[in-house]
Design a protein around this ligand. Structure first.
Ligand code: SF4
Length: 246
């Protein structure tokens, strides 16, 4: 690694630590612990508790996931398929105890076929890391699987057409907690919710699963200098962590 690369890495670390500080994070789990310590930490990681499926059940679940992803990738159930580069089904740990649900893919997501990979996605990744997890340990999906033109808010008909996919994903993942990112996800998971300011930070229920409504990361991007908003999101995530404790 040359001096320039090292400088870039240090810059990235500085930027991440500043973001954690703005969130109000009080402690960090540092990777690079001795292997034995990491194993111990894994045992305590509330996201890595196996649901105890046998081999044949695992194969069935895998086949069900494959069918679902194929259906999403080839779906033409609403007009949004016409403008997509590709559909964005979702990604992560399919047995995750923590699931994040956002609104719809944006430009970067549409190009890469992965959820939350643009600027808002990078913020979400940092929030997940601040919680002590990696993206691979949680499941991340959107209400809508194809990018709306100019990133407009999805129409009710589009949400209705796409909803069976997210419903099935939730059934298969069986998360212990869902974080609803922004109003579209909140409206889907907690119908009847009024403004974000009224519901944010208070657990609701979706089919018996606790749902934490919080701001969409793109709102944080648009209000980058506003530390108060970041702290509010972190307060919400602390409540989620509390609920995830074994
Ligand atoms: S947004 Fe959903 S319902 Fe519409 S075409 Fe894409 S996958 Fe199908």
């Amino acid at each position: 690694m040359n001096g320039e690369d090292r400088f870039e890495d240090l810059e990235k670390i500085r930027e991440r630590l500043e973001f954690f500080r703005d969130l109000g994070v009080e402690f960090l789990i540092i990777s690079g612990e001795p292997a034995r310590k990491q194993e111990e930490m894994k045992k305590d990681n509330p996201l890595l508790i196996s649901p105890g499926l046998n081999q044949s059940q695992e194969a069935d679940v895998q086949a069900e996931w494959d069918r679902l992803i194929r259906k999403i990738l080839t779906c033409q159930a609403c007009p949004l398929y016409r403008g997509r580069t590709q559909a964005v089904p979702g990604e992560g740990n399919r047995q995750a105890r923590l699931m994040f649900v956002g609104e719809a893919p944006g430009r970067d997501e549409d190009l890469q076929g992965r959820p939350f990979v643009g600027r808002a996605g990078q913020l979400l990744t940092k929030i997940i890391q601040a919680m002590g997890f990696s993206r691979e340990e949680v499941y991340i999906a959107n209400v809508i699987k194809c990018r709306p033109p100019e990133n407009r808010t999805p129409k009710p008909d589009e949400v209705k057409a796409c909803s069976p996919f997210l419903l099935r994903q939730i059934e298969l993942v069986k998360p212990k907690v869902i974080v609803a990112l922004g109003k579209v996800a909140v409206d889907f998971l907690l119908p009847g919710a009024r403004s974000m300011s009224e519901v944010r930070g208070k657990f609701g229920q979706f089919q018996g699963i606790p749902v934490m409504p919080t701001f969409h990361p793109s709102y944080l991007v648009r209000n980058e200098g506003n530390k108060e908003i970041k702290r509010m999101v972190w307060e919400d995530m602390k409540k989620v962590l509390q609920l995830l404790k074994p």
